[in-house]
Design a protein around this ligand. Structure first.
Ligand code: OVM
Length: 405
C-alpha cells in the first residue's frame, strides 16, 4: 500500500467496487462514496483513489495533463506493471499521440457513414424483433439483444459473416482485464493466445470488406496519417470496444423498460422517444460504470493530495446518479433531457469515439421495439454478470406480445 505524505489521513473506504456484492447493487455504495466530504476517497482494498460525484468526475476527465490514460484502461498500472496485450493506440495514450489516432477514428465513423448505415440497422432490428415475437417467450439476452450489435457492428467494420461468439470471449478478456486478477479471470485467460490470434487475424486488411470502417482506417494509413501496423491496432480497438458495450447497454435499457411499464407505455405510444429513452438508460444504468486514470505527478485534487502514478477509479455510473446534478436522479424517465450532460460515454478528449454509433444502434433497436411490441413481460429473474468488467445481463427472460393495430 502506498504511504500517504502529509498530516491528515485521507478519507478512505473499505468498499470494493469489484466485489460481487458491490456489483449486484452499486447504486447504494455509489451514494456512500458521493457523500464523503472529500472529492477523492482512498479505497483501502485496492490502494487506489475513487471519484464519484458528477463535478469531480468531470474535473478528472477534463484534466488529461495530470490524469493520464497511458497508465492503462484498468486497475493494472502500466507505469509499474506489464500489460497483457499491447496497449490500445487510442484509449491508452495521451496527447500528442492520442490526437492522431482519435482523428482517424472520428473521420471513419462519420455522421455521413452513420446516415448510410441506419437503413441496414433498421432491417436487422426489425428482423430480430419479428423473430423474437414469433417465439413469444425468450431469453432476451442471447436470443435477441446480443445478436443485434454482434450483427450490425462487425458488418459495419467489414468483418465477414461467420460464428462471431469468439468476439464475446475476447470482450470478456479486454473488460475483465480492467479489473483485479480473480480465479474467473485466470481461467478465462487460458484461452488468451488462441482468442487474440483469432481477433488479430480479423484486423488484417485482406480480411476486411472494401466498403467498411476497417478498410477506411487502412486508407488513412495509405494517406500517411498513420502507419499500417497502427491501422491494424485501431481496427482491434473497434473490435474490442464496439460489441459488448452496446450489447450490455441495450440489455439494461430493455430491462428498465420491462420494469417501468409506464415508461414503456410512453415509448410505445411515441417511437420517436427511442433515442431519448436509450440516452436516459445510458445515464440510469448502462454498461460502462467506471473508467481509470493514472496520475502523472503529485496532484492537489481540490485539496486532496494524490501521489504520482496512482490509479484513480472514475465512477461515471455514480456521476449519472448524483442528485447534485440530476433532478430525481434515481428515477428512470424516458423524456428526460440528458444528452448535453451525459456522462455515460465519459467526457473530455477520451469520451467514447463511437458514441454516435452506439446511440444509433440503441435508437434503431428501441424504435423497432416500440413499433412492433405491445407488452414486455418479465417472466423470470434477470441475471447480472457479477465478474469485473462491464455491467450487463447474462439473462433476461421475457414474454413479448405483438402490437395488433
Ligand atoms: C481499445 C479499447 C478497449 C476497450 C474499451 C475501450 C472504452 C477501448 O482497445 O481501444 O474504450
Amino acid at each position: 500500500m502506498a504511504v500517504m505524505r502529509g498530516a491528515a489521513p485521507p478519507d478512505s473506504s473499505d468498499l470494493d467496487p469489484f466485489s460481487p456484492e458491490f456489483r449486484a447493487n452499486p447504486f447504494e455504495p455509489y451514494r456512500q462514496l458521493r457523500e464523503f466530504a472529500a472529492p477523492a476517497v482512498w479505497l483501502t482494498k485496492h490502494s487506489i483513489w475513487v471519484v464519484s460525484r458528477y463535478d469531480a468526475v468531470r474535473a478528472v476527465l477534463g484534466d488529461w495533463k495530470r490524469f493520464s490514460n497511458a497508465g492503462g484502461g484498468g486497475l493494472t498500472n502500466y507505469f509499474l506493471e506489464k500489460p497483457w496485450r499491447r496497449p490500445s493506440l487510442i484509449l491508452e495514450v495521451d496527447p500528442p499521440e492520442h490526437q492522431r489516432t482519435r482523428r482517424v477514428l472520428m473521420q471513419v465513423i462519420s455522421a455521413d457513414r452513420l446516415q448510410r448505415l441506419r437503413a441496414t440497422f433498421e432491417v436487422q432490428a426489425d428482423a430480430l424483433i419479428d423473430e423474437a415475437l414469433e417465439r413469444g417467450t425468450l431469453d432476451a439476452i442471447p436470443d435477441l439483444v446480443q445478436r443485434f450489435p454482434l450483427t450490425v457492428f462487425p458488418d459495419a467494420v467489414g468483418m465477414r459473416r461467420e460464428d462471431r461468439s469468439t468476439m464475446l470471449t475476447y470482450g470478456a478478456m479486454v473488460f475483465g482485464g480492467f479489473g483485479p486478477v480473480t480465479p474467473w479471470y485466470q481461467d478465462l485467460m487460458k484461452q488468451a493466445d488462441t482468442v487474440s490470434a483469432w481477433i488479430m487475424e480479423r484486423c488484417q486488411r485482406q480480411t476486411l470488406a472494401a466498403d467498411g470502417i476497417g478498410a477506411a482506417i487502412y486508407a488513412h494509413a495509405d494517406a500517411g496519417d498513420i502507419e499500417q501496423g497502427e491501422a491494424t491496432l485501431l481496427v482491434r480497438s473497434l473490435l474490442s470496444a464496439g460489441v459488448d458495450t452496446t450489447i450490455d447497454s441495450i440489455g439494461l435499457c430493455l430491462r428498465c423498460l420491462a420494469e417501468h411499464p409506464e415508461q414503456w407505455a410512453l415509448l410505445r405510444a411515441d417511437p420517436q422517444l427511442a433515442r431519448s429513452a436509450f440516452e436516459e438508460a445510458t445515464r440510469f444504468d448502462s454498461s460502462s460504470q467506471s473508467l481509470f486514470r493514472t496520475t502523472l505527478e503529485d496532484v492537489d485534487f481540490q485539496g486532496v493530495p494524490l501521489q504520482k502514478h496512482q490509479k484513480v477509479l472514475v465512477l461515471i455510473g455514480a456521476a449519472g446518479r448524483d442528485p447534485a446534478k440530476w433532478a430525481d436522479a434515481d428515477r428512470f424517465d424516458v423524456t428526460r433531457r440528458v444528452t448535453a450532460s451525459q456522462i455515460g460515454y465519459g467526457a473530455g478528449i477520451h469520451s467514447c469515439v463511437a458514441q454516435m454509433m452506439a446511440r444509433l444502434e440503441g435508437e434503431v433497436f428501441f424504435a423497432s421495439l416500440a413499433r412492433k411490441v405491445q407488452d414486455i413481460e418479465l417472466i423470470g429473474p434477470a441475471q447480472l454478470r457479477l465478474q469485473p468488467g462491464l455491467r450487463g445481463l447474462s439473462s433476461l427472460p421475457l414474454r413479448l406480445i405483438r402490437k395488433t393495430s
